[in-house]
Design a protein around this ligand. Structure first.
Ligand code: NAI
Length: 783
């Protein structure tokens, strides 16, 4: 027997972790858990079983929360939050630091419990999940400490309802709770029904760390409990991680409630291998991309795209690697692949492969499957076309699907051919190619020659139907804070109605809309008269409709090259707009005075000029960041335009309001479809003459007129609009948030609150943030 033979035939000896500490902890509660409300464990009631998916054994009984339980948790959180928000950043930092330390001290207990409850290999819970949990609390202890000095204009949102999935039970808890409590919020968190136990162990840590009662509450149960949280009227913000289907329901359920919302949803992330990649590394990367946590990872590299010339060799190496993966008892330290979380998930994966596998060639790894438990073999399906069922749907299991591509352009096209936009991996030894591709991928995270890297310092989250909002990094904090604004209630500004016996004298003038750089008649064929308060007819404007929105969105899309221009160019154009507006300042002031019947026109024109300067200034200064992440690399947090922004402009300040919305959008590379002030639209229709003379490319700014209530629905429902903002003096928040659920676009609505457009609330970082997405590109760097 040669040494090679010995290596090939030698089996691993089992090296399982002991379960005794975990069983002793469960026994402390007699195997029956209540919930953690107002700093105490409540008695167990109406339980359901929590099982170990690797063995099928019942681990414990967990409580199904009643609506009284949810009420009690929200009441405790509301009371605690007020006091917690008044503590100093340093006081909060000390508590977060204590939590981080305690998590370290009990790390093995947490890791073994997580593995028993979820089925993931102990190697992962011990070396990845739990250390990342600790890191999150350390990092956010720092954020608490720095909040007063670095975010002086931010305040906590209030009580946060947090609903998390079962794939990274404790890590998702950390992502939700750490930033929330660091910034002075209180939480009501619901773990997923399959995996509640580490959240309950975490509750013990909160007590030991001296977290005041009620700041963190854990309620347990199924989706019905999630719904109770989502619809609870005393909750100010919902943070959800889970399936896109449930995310969409939550968007609809919270529409118009005034609740802040972040959604971290599904994905079908591309894993792109170019022919000049280091093939062995790329194969090894796939083990982490799709077989990490049995593929139950929202950002799993589940769609393999290989360049044609190397495909055969690559698949052969991949299959050989798959056959070498070890599957079995997740508590065994030598195991690569553990159990799926539950028989239900096993059935879902099995059914999906049965439904779509025949469209390609299915290869199951030859690794030994345990006799019992929820195991599914690592699987590769090749030869699928891009629109195939399994290429489009999230499987959420250890199943990799694949196709080939010929050119870099085709790789980008295939990669972006998905309704999701969470993550992507690019493998190439050519730095030019990799960094050329990264910005073209529609995704919140891109890993270059790597995959599934996470860190508290780098924001995580997606675009499109992968949701909105980021977790981690500075940008993650904005999900748990809001700007301190002295808000006033919104008052609808009604158009001036026609005087009795109105007579039209002089030449009738109908201002057209402005679409794709050209004046456009309303498709409806209707127009509305605009009167001055003194009874003078000032002109007519078209009544915009769904078709005008469609045309304007098409024009805005066609102009998306604007996003690739330099900040310097966009700054110059904004200055140029200001210059041309200034030249006609008196005329605009007069128009504003005519429409308002007051004399504030000049002041509004001057404020508008200043606002244009503000965003000309920002256009080349709102930079990204390079995060120092603790791996051999950096995460480049790049600010990208959101895309096409639809906005209903304020009525209170018809010119200043229009520019306050348009300028940040275009400064940062977006194109926009603006519904001018409904009550006083003529300043906007005059304004497009200024755009025409200021080198603004056609389609970058499109201006519609008409009834906001008619335009809001089609704008928010349009699948090619990426974000909708509403500052209309009519509160259209519910309508917009509801209609936006279709493609889960970002929304920014006023929830019946008015802004002072002349004051500092009318401009600044909040606008810049809303006009950008942060893409984190992880790049190898240094030793
Ligand atoms: P899910 O989205 O139903 O569950 C996630 C969480 O939401 C759980 O805590 C659940 O109790 C809660 N929930 C369920 N319905 C709710 C509702 N109407 N209102 C409020 N909360 C609600 O995910 P599930 O059923 O566990 O898995 C189904 C599929 O979802 C998976 O096969 C996978 O494709 C996908 N999924 C994706 C995740 C991701 O991170 N992208 C995470 C978990 C599941």
């Amino acid at each position: 027997m040669t040494v090679k033979d010995i290596f090939e035939t030698m089996d691993y000896g089992p090296a399982p972790e002991s379960t005794s500490e975990v069983m002793a902890w469960i026994a402390k509660y007699d195997g029956k858990f209540g919930q953690f409300i107002n700093g105490e464990f409540t008695p167990h009631h109406d339980g359901f079983e929590s099982r170990n998916p690797a063995t099928g054994d019942i681990l414990a009984l967990v409580t199904q929360a009643s609506s009284d339980d949810v009420d009690a948790a929200v009441t405790a959180a509301t009371k605690a939050q007020k006091k917690w928000a008044r503590t100093s950043g340093h006081e909060r930092a000390k508590v977060l630091y204590a939590i981080a330390r305690l998590l370290q001290k009990h790390s093995r207990l947490f890791a073994v419990l997580e593995t028993m409850d979820n089925g993931k290999p102990i190697r992962e819970s011990r070396d990845i999940d739990i250390p990342l949990v600790q890191r999150h609390f350390y990092y956010h202890a720092g954020m608490a400490q720095l909040m007063e000095s670095e975010l002086p204009d931010a305040e906590p949102i209030g009580v946060c309802g947090q609903i998390i999935p079962w794939n990274f039970p404790l890590l998702m808890l950390a992502w939700k709770i750490a930033p929330a409590i660091a910034t002075g919020n209180a939480c009501v968190l619901k773990p997923a029904e399959y995996t509640s136990l580490t959240a309950l162990l975490f509750a013990e840590i909160c007590v030991q760390a001296g977290l005041p009662k009620g700041v963190v509450n854990i309620v347990t149960g199924n989706g019905a409990v999630g719904e109770m949280i989502v619809t609870h009227e005393d909750i100010d913000k919902i943070a959800f991680t889970g399936s896109t289907a449930v995310g969409r329901r939550i968007r609809e359920a919270t529409a118009g409630s005034g609740k802040a919302l972040t959604l971290e949803l599904g994905g079908k992330s591309p894993y792109i291998v170019f022919d000049d990649a280091d093939i062995d590394s790329a194969v090894e990367g796939l083990v982490d991309a799709i077989w990490f946590n049995q593929g139950q990872v929202c950002c799993a590299g589940s769609r393999l795209l290989v360049q044609e010339g190397i495909a055969e060799e690559f698949y052969a190496k991949l299959k050989a690697r798959m056959d070498g993966l070890r599957m079995g008892d997740p508590l065994d330290k030598c195991i690569d692949i553990g159990a799926l979380v539950d028989p239900v998930q096993h059935a879902t994966v099995t059914d999906m492969v049965a439904k779509g596998g025949h469209e390609g060639e299915v290869y199951h790894a030859k690794c030994k499957l345990p006799n019992q438990g929820c195991y599914y073999p690592p699987t590769l399906i090749t030869g699928l076309h891009s629109a195939a069922y399994l290429m489009q749907e999230e499987i959420f299991g250890p199943v990799l699907v694949s196709t080939t591509f010929r050119t870099p352009a085709e790789a980008v096209q295939l990669a972006n051919n998905t309704r999701y936009g969470l993550a992507a991996s690019v493998w190439s030894e050519n730095v030019n190619l990799a960094l050329d591709i990264a910005p073209k991928l529609v995704a919140g995270i891109v890993w270059v020659n790597a995959t599934n890297l996470f860190d508290a310092a780098a924001g995580f989250g997606g675009v499109r139907e992968s949701g909105f909002g980021r977790e981690g990094g500075w940008e993650g904090l904005s999900a748990y804070t809001r700007p301190k604004i002295a808000s006033k209630p919104l008052h609808p500004v009604a158009p001036v109605s026609a005087p009795k016996d109105a007579q039209i004298t002089g030449l009738d003038r109908t201002a057209k809309m402005y679409i794709g750089g050209k004046q456009a008649r309303p498709d409806s064929g209707y127009s509305t008269a605009i009167w001055s308060p003194k009874g003078k007819l000032l002109g007519h404007v078209g009544q915009g409709s769904r078709k005008d929105i469609r045309n304007a969105v098409e024009a805005a899309h066609a102009a998306k090259g604007w996003g690739k221009t330099t900040g310097h160019l966009r700054a110059q154009i904004l200055y140029y707009i200001a210059e041309n507006l200034s030249a006609r300042g008196d005329e605009f002031a007069h128009r504003l005075n005519q429409m308002s019947g007051k004399t504030g026109g000049r002041k509004e024109v001057d404020a508008t000029l200043s606002r244009l300067f503000t965003y000309a200034a920002w256009a080349d200064k709102y930079d990204g960041q390079a995060h120092g992440v603790p791996i051999r690399g950096i995460a480049l947090a790049m600010k990208e335009p959101v895309g096409v922004i639809g906005a209903l402009c304020p009525d209170e300040a018809p010119l200043l309001g229009l520019i306050s919305v348009m300028a940040p959008a275009i400064a940062l590379g977006n194109t926009c479809v603006l519904a001018a002030s409904q009550a006083a639209p003529l300043a906007a229709t005059d304004f497009y003459q200024v755009l025409d003379t200021s080198d603004v490319p056609a389609g970058v700014v499109n201006i519609l007129t008409g009834d906001h209530a008619d335009l809001a629905g089609p704008m928010a429902g349009h699948l090619d609009v990426d974000a909708v903002w509403s500052f209309s003096s009519t509160d259209l928040s519910a309508q917009i948030e509801h209609a936006s659920a279709g493609n889960l676009k970002r929304t920014w609505v006023n929830d019946a609150h008015a802004r002072d457009w002349f004051g500092k609330d009318g401009e600044g970082r909040e606008f810049l943030q809303q006009a950008t997405e942060v893409k984190n590109i992880w790049v190898p760097y240094g030793e």
